[in-house]
Each structure stands twice: as structure tokens, then as C-alpha cells.
Design a protein around this ligand. Structure first.
Ligand code: AMP
Ligand code: ZN
Ligand code: FE
Ligand code: FE
Length: 296
């Protein structure tokens, strides 16, 4: 068998949103993985609705040019019908003023929502305040997993999953909606910031039938979507094949990643996802599309 040249993961979260590793720690984990497997790591940081971890991520990676190539990214939450649709942006200029002001706007709407969730949790007998989940950096993005972690630490629940199933999950007693941009807005925002726009993890859109997903993806392609996340931790082999066919029929680039969040999603590892994730080298065409180079 040919030795793999690269270990690739284009979907990861850090403490800048709801992951438990700092951006620098992610880089170090990737380098250790590469040493063990004799591969060059290609890693993207894709925090939810923020680029506040990107500088640290790129700076740390630049210390190890022979071991790692870093791609700046982010993951936007958008909506379509009843479904939450995530759009990944790669190769974005993290100082683009329009991108930054839009991200600020959506983070502000998260703050209002978080206060409402906290109030509901208190009404359900959970002693938690905004201060308990406040990040160090005001540009970090606070999401429900931080509340779930707090509840786990203080023994209100015995797992993150239970916190979502009982309190925080969509439609559960402490769930609160929040303002989200449309996929159309997000695709153009990513393009304006020089990036490419990719539909994340189609396998998670359970509220859409495959026919609906097809129609929706076709529409997004028409408005400029560049790619689809073909390799993903929660896919079966059949899912991957199906999405690959769909992407190819529309001329979308392939990407892939684990959605690593550290101990918030303890079953997902960097690069290998739930164990059998293998993001193929073909996804590096996104780097060509971005005009980025990587070590051969
Ligand atoms: P938020 O950004 O506050 O809407 O939270 C989104 C985050 O919560 C994402 O990382 C999701 O993976 C996570 N999440 C949503 N539903 C669940 C669930 N039922 N179990 C575990 N994590 C979840
Ligand atoms: Zn997350
Ligand atoms: Fe996502
Ligand atoms: Fe994600």
C-alpha cells in the first residue's frame, strides 16, 4: 500500500467557539499526529461565527512550515426552512471589514439569546449565570456546548448529550431561537472576503429529504456555492458516495473534515473522526482554487 503523504482535516473547532483546545493546541496535536504517521498535516480552523482564533492558529502553524499547512476558515450557521444549515468558508481574509461587522452582529444576537437560555435554565433549577460561560476574548463565540459543559462540571447532567437531550437541544425546554443569516448572504460574504463557500455536513440535515437536499444544493450552486463537505465523521460509506455523486453532478469541489471539538464531542478525533474518517488528497483542489501552496 502507498504511504499517505498528508493527514487532512478541514473542519475543527477551538476555544474561540465551542471547542476545548486552543488554536495553538490544535496545531500541536496535528504536528504530533503527523510525526506518528509520517505525514504532512493540512488543517483548517473553522470556528462557529468567529475568526478570533485564526491569528493564533496561523502564527503557531507558521513556526512549523515543514510539518503543517494551515488554512484560515470559519463555519456560519444559516437556515433553510426548518433546518439549520452550516456553511464553511475557507481562505477568507480575516480582516475583511464587512465580514467582521457581520460576525459582530450575529455574535450580538447570540448574547441576547444566551441570556434568555440562562434564564430558562435558572427556572429549571440550574444555577448558572452569564459570567460562568463568558470567554476571555470578547470576539469568541459563545454557544450551547459551553453551557452543557458547565452543567456537566456541576453535576446537573452526566454527559453533554444529556444536557442537549433534556435542556438545550432544538425544541427542548430551554431552547431559544437566534437570528441567523440566510445561506445566500453567507455565500456572498465569504466571497467578498476572498474565500470559498462550502456546504458543511449534509448528513446532519435530517429534516430535508434527499430530494429536497438536492434541490436546495442546486439553488446554492446557482448563487455561487463552491463546494460540499463530502468526507465527514458521521457519514456512512454510502452517504459519502451519495454526496460525492451529488457534488459531481453540480460541479462542486469536495472537502472533508472531522468537526473535532475536543472533549465536547469526545468520540471525534482530529483527522480520523469517529475512527474511520479518511479525508482524501483530492480535497486539496480547494487550495488550488484559493491559490494556496502546500508542501509536496
Ligand atoms: P449553538 O452555536 O449555540 O447553536 O450550538 C451549536 C453547537 O451545539 C454545535 O457544535 C452542535 O454540534 C452542538 N449541538 C447541537 N445539538 C446537539 C446535541 N443534540 N448534542 C450535542 N451537541 C449538539
Ligand atoms: Zn460546535
Ligand atoms: Fe456544523
Ligand atoms: Fe463544526
Amino acid at each position: 500500500m502507498n504511504q499517505k503523504a498528508y493527514s487532512i482535516d478541514l473542519h475543527t473547532h477551538s476555544t474561540a467557539s465551542d471547542g476545548t483546545n486552543t488554536p495553538s493546541e490544535l496545531v500541536k496535536l496535528a504536528i504530533s499526529h503527523g510525526k506518528l504517521h509520517h505525514t504532512h498535516s493540512i488543517l483548517s480552523l473553522t470556528d462557529h461565527d468567529t475568526v478570533s482564533g485564526i491569528k493564533e492558529f496561523m502564527d503557531e502553524s507558521s513556526k512549523y512550515p515543514n510539518q503543517i499547512t494551515a488554512i484560515p476558515g470559519l463555519e456560519f450557521s444559516t437556515y433553510y426552512k426548518e433546518e439549520t444549515i452550516h456553511i464553511l468558508g475557507y481562505g477568507i481574509d480575516q480582516s475583511n471589514p464587512h465580514l467582521l461587522s457581520s460576525l459582530q452582529h450575529y455574535r450580538d444576537s447570540r448574547d441576547g439569546r444566551n441570556e434568555k437560555i440562562i434564564q430558562k435554565l435558572q427556572e429549571h433549577g440550574i444555577s448558572i449565570t452569564m459570567e460562568d460561560i463568558m470567554p476571555k476574548n470578547p470576539e469568541d463565540s459563545i454557544g450551547r456546548p459551553l453551557m452543557a459543559q458547565y452543567m456537566l462540571r456541576h453535576n446537573y447532567v452526566s454527559s453533554i448529550k444529556e444536557a442537549f437531550n433534556r435542556y438545550l437541544g432544538d425544541g427542548k425546554c430551554c431552547y431559544v431561537e437566534r437570528e441567523r443569516p440566510t445561506p445566500e448572504e453567507v455565500v456572498s460574504l465569504i466571497h467578498e472576503a476572498g474565500g470559498i463557500a462550502v456546504m458543511a455536513h449534509p448528513v446532519l440535515y435530517k429534516k430535508l429529504s434527499f430530494e429536497e437536499l438536492k434541490k436546495f444544493t442546486c439553488h446554492l450552486k446557482e448563487i455561487g456555492l463552491d463546494g460540499m463537505e463530502i468526507y465527514y465523521s458521521r457519514n456512512s460509506q454510502e452517504d459519502t458516495t451519495r454526496y460525492m455523486k451529488l457534488a459531481d453532478s453540480l460541479g462542486l469541489l469536495h472537502t472533508g473534515g472531522s468537526d473535532y471539538h475536543g472533549s465536547v464531542k469526545p468520540d471525534l478525533s482530529l483527522f480520523t473522526g469517529a475512527g474511520d474518517l479518511n479525508v482524501k488528497e483530492e480535497v486539496l483542489t480547494i487550495m488550488q482554487a484559493l491559490g494556496m501552496t502546500y508542501k509536496k
